[in-house]
Ligand binder design. Structure first.
Ligand code: FE
Ligand code: FE
Ligand code: ZN
Length: 303
């Protein structure tokens, strides 16, 4: 069965229950959320009753807990330790985030490994390893999925070798998995039009069994531009057919595929914008691309 879903919200009011309802409205059987705003570290306590209600709804809709993914906020930066307090805060926050993911029933936590800023790449990677060694414990159920990055600015992990060094450097490598992001990989210089070669390379360096999640995004930019700007499925430089091949690759059958494509506005950004996920998931399931996303959104959300 195809495991497909998208990024959904996790509101302070309904928490996971809201996320599940949103995912169901898109026809998804998998989803990913931040436990609060992605750009800050304000987090509310996990409500037990709401979580229980959410789990019942998941069960009724045949969505497995193992296909629910949490994404850590992207201001958590383990690669830079110039400000000791921020580095220690990031470590403590990640420890708590693992507990939150576990309380919600998710066993996969996606993490942007970090940017080295004024340091250098090697030091950045060393800092990530040291931080993860503070965070990881031998018995934790939650796996940290290090995301492949585009190499924007001073980001680390835009090469598979960087991630391999982290896996080799931590005390509990079995707690680390990888989240592939097709837009980031394209922007980092990996050809998503030849996914078979990419996966063979990945298998040689890291091992296919380490892939815990795949972010399915088209890219606004050409290969190797180190930009990181996501595009809607079929509207970017990777293209619908190439993305479809990745989504339906037998070797990734049991790995959740998560869309993080941009919301679409009907008036060129002047009005509110709408999630494209229901329509993108439809196209993926039907294996048929059409450019009608604006009309779809107009019909579905405007009445
Ligand atoms: Fe991400
Ligand atoms: Fe991503
Ligand atoms: Zn991105």
């Amino acid at each position: 069965m195809l495991l497909i879903g998208s990024h959904v919200s996790f509101g302070s009011k309904e928490q996971l229950l809201g996320s599940v309802k949103e995912a169901i409205s898109y026809g998804a059987n998998s989803f990913m959320f931040y436990t609060g705003a992605p750009q800050n570290t304000k987090r509310c306590n996990i409500d037990y009753d709401l979580t229980l209600e959410a789990r019942n709804l998941l069960y009724e809709n045949n969505i497995e807990l193992e296909n629910i993914v949490v994404h850590a906020p992207y201001i958590i930066n383990l690669a830079n330790n110039e400000k000791k307090e921020s580095y220690l805060f990031a470590i403590d926050f990640l420890k708590d985030e693992i507990k939150r993911a576990y309380a919600l029933g998710s066993e996969k936590l996606v993490l942007h490994p970090g940017s080295f800023v004024n340091l250098d790449l090697d030091t950045g990677i060393k800092n990530i390893i040291n931080a993860l060694n503070e965070v990881l414990t031998p018995n934790q159920a939650v796996k940290i999925c290090l995301e492949t990055m585009a190499g924007k600015g001073t980001e680390t992990c835009f090469k598979l070798e960087h991630i391999k060094r982290i896996i080799d450097g931590v005390k509990y490598p079995d707690k680390i998995m990888v989240c592939l992001d097709t837009c980031h990989l394209n922007d980092a210089g990996y050809d998503m039009g030849d996914f078979d070669s990419f996966l063979k390379e990945f298998d040689k360096i890291i091992g296919i069994d380490k892939i815990g999640c795949v972010h399915i995004n088209d890219s606004k930019n050409e290969i190797g531009t180190h930009k990181d700007r996501h595009e809607n499925i079929g509207f970017g430089t990777i293209g619908f057919d190439n993305l479809l091949k990745i989504i339906y690759d037998e070797r990734l059958k049991n790995v959740p595929k998560i869309l993080e494509t941009p919301y679409v506005s009907l008036a060129g950004g002047k009005d509110r914008s709408y999630p494209p996920y229901k329509f993108e998931i439809d196209k993926i399931r039907n294996k048929k691309f059409n450019k009608n996303i604006l009309e779809n959104i107009r019909d579905y959300y405007k009445n």
